[in-house]
Design a protein around this ligand. Structure first.
Ligand code: NAD
Length: 351
C-alpha cells in the first residue's frame, strides 16, 4: 500500500504517518510545505525508515502535485495539509483561502488526472480521504450532537475555508465519480501539538510559571480526541469508508475549556510540586470574536459501520500528553523561542 499524506509534518498528519509506517508497514510519501506549523522533528521516528519519503512542496503547486502522483503512484491520498489555527485566520484569512480552498482544489485536480489514467482494478481501489473539522457545522446549544446530516454553518475564516474544501471534495465524487471520502473530527490533543494551541500552551506556560490565558469565562465546550485515536480512525475510513460519504470522528469527551485547564494544572501539581498551585496562574482574557459555544460529535456511524472506538478517554489521554511535554523539551523548546507566553493564539490580551 502506497499512501500520499499531505500535511504529514503537522500535528495530526505526523501521527497518521507514524501509524501508517510504523504500525501498518505502508509506504508513505509525506508532502508538506513546512510552514511554521510543519516540523520535521515530528517525523523523527520514521526519518530513517526506508518506507518513508518526504517531499517539501506546496499543495497549491499543480505541477509539483502532478509529479508527486506520477512518480510515487499512490493507492491512496490522505489530505491533511491546511492552515489550521482559528486565531490566525481571524487576523489573516488569505493563507487559509489559498491553502485550504485553492490548495485542496489543486490537489483534487492532480489526483483526478492521475486516477483517471489508472488501470481499472487500481482505479476502483484508489481512495482520496479529505480530512476536515467539526467546526464546519458551527456552534451547538446546550443540547444535541453534530451528525453527518447537520447543515454547514461555519463561524470563522478557518472553518469557512474548510467547509469550502469539504464541498469541493464531495463535488469531485459526485461530478467526476472520484472515490472521495470526507471525515469531520472534533478537537485533537496529544504529543507534537504546536504550542500555540490551548492544551500545550497551558502545559508549557504552567511549567514556566507564566499566566494561563483562558478565553472569556472558560465555559466554551470542546469534544476532545486523542490524536492517535484520530489517526487510527482516518486509516480505517480511508480503507473501508463508503465512497462519497462523510464520517464524523469524536471520542465523546466533552469538556469546558476551564475544566481542561484546571485538569492540566492538577496534573502539573502532581508532576512538579510547587509552593503555590498552578491554578493560581489562570488569567481570563478577552474572548475570541465569533467564538463557538459548544462542539460535540456523534460518531455512531463510524463506530457502527467501521467498528472504530476511541481507546483513550480524556483522563488517560491528558495525563499521557502532559507527561510527553515534560519529557520532550527537545521538541517544543525551539518552537517556544521568542514567545513570552502571555497570549493565547494571536489575538487575546490578558484582561
Ligand atoms: P497543523 O497546522 O498542525 O499541520 C498542518 C500541516 O500542513 C503543517 O505541517 C503545514 O506545514 C502543512 N501545510 C500548510 N499549508 C500547506 C501547503 N500549502 N502545502 C503543503 N503543506 C502545507 O494542523 P493539524 O492540527 O495537524 O490538522 C491537520 C488537518 O486536520 C487539517 O486539515 C485540519 O483542518 C484538520 N483537523 C484538525 C483538528 C485539530 O484539532 N487539530 C481537528 C479536526 C480536523
Amino acid at each position: 500500500m502506497r499512501v500520499i499524506v499531505t500535511g504529514g509534518a503537522g500535528f495530526i498528519g505526523s501521527a497518521v504517518v507514524r501509524h501508517l509506517v510504523s504500525v501498518k508497514g505502508y509506504e508513505v510519501l509525506t508532502v508538506d510545505k513546512l510552514t511554521y506549523a510543519g516540523n520535521m522533528a515530528s517525523l523523527s521516528t520514521v526519518d530513517n525508515n526506508p518506507l518513508h519519503r518526504f517531499l517539501k512542496a506546496d499543495i497549491c503547486d499543480r505541477s509539483a502535485m502532478q509529479e508527486a502522483f506520477d512518480s510515487f503512484q499512490p493507492d491512496r491520498v490522505m489530505h491533511l495539509a491546511a492552515e489550521s489555527h482559528v486565531d490566525r485566520s481571524i487576523t489573516g484569512a488569505r493563507d487559509f483561502v489559498e491553502t485550504n480552498v485553492i490548495g485542496s482544489f489543486t490537489l483534487l485536480e492532480a489526483a483526478r488526472h492521475y486516477w483517471s489514467g489508472l488501470a481499472a482494478d487500481r482505479k476502483d481501489a484508489f481512495r482520496f480521504l479529505h480530512v476536515s473539522t467539526d467546526e464546519v457545522y458551527g456552534s451547538l446549544g446546550d443540547e444535541g450532537l453534530f451528525t453527518e446530516e447537520t447543515p454547514y454553518d461555519p463561524s470563522s475564516p478557518y472553518s469557512a475555508s474548510k467547509a469550502a474544501s469539504d464541498h469541493l471534495a464531495k463535488a469531485w465524487a459526485r461530478t467526476y465519480g472520484m472515490p472521495v471520502v470526507v471525515s469531520n473530527c472534533s478537537n485533537n490533543y496529544g504529543p507534537y501539538h504546536f504550542p500555540e494551541k490551548l492544551i500545550p500552551l497551558i502545559i508549557l506556560n504552567a511549567l514556566e510559571g507564566k499566566p494561563l490565558p483562558v478565553y472569556g469565562n472558560g465555559a466554551n465546550i470542546r469534544d476532545w480526541l486523542y490524536v492517535e485515536d484520530h489517526a487510527r480512525a482516518l486509516d480505517l475510513i480511508a480503507e473501508r469508508g463508503r465512497i462519497g460519504e462523510t464520517y464524523n470522528v469524536g471520542g465523546r469527551n466533552e469538556r469546558r475549556n476551564i475544566d481542561v485547564v484546571t485538569r492540566v494544572c492538577a496534573l502539573m501539581d502532581g508532576f512538579r510540586a510547587k509552593s503555590t498551585k498552578h491554578e493560581s496562574l489562570i488569567s481570563y482574557v478577552t474572548d475570541r470574536p465569533g467564538h463557538d459555544a459548544r462542539y460535540a460529535i456523534d460518531a455512531t456511524k463510524l463506530e457502527n459501520e467501521l467498528g472504530w472506538k476511541a481507546q483513550e478517554n480524556f483522563d488517560t489521554g491528558i495525563e499521557k500528553t502532559v507527561k510527553w511535554y515534560l519529557e520532550n523539551e527537545w521538541w517544543w523548546a525551539p518552537l517556544r523561542k521568542g514567545y513570552d507566553g502571555s497570549r493565547l493564539g494571536l489575538l487575546a490580551t490578558p484582561g
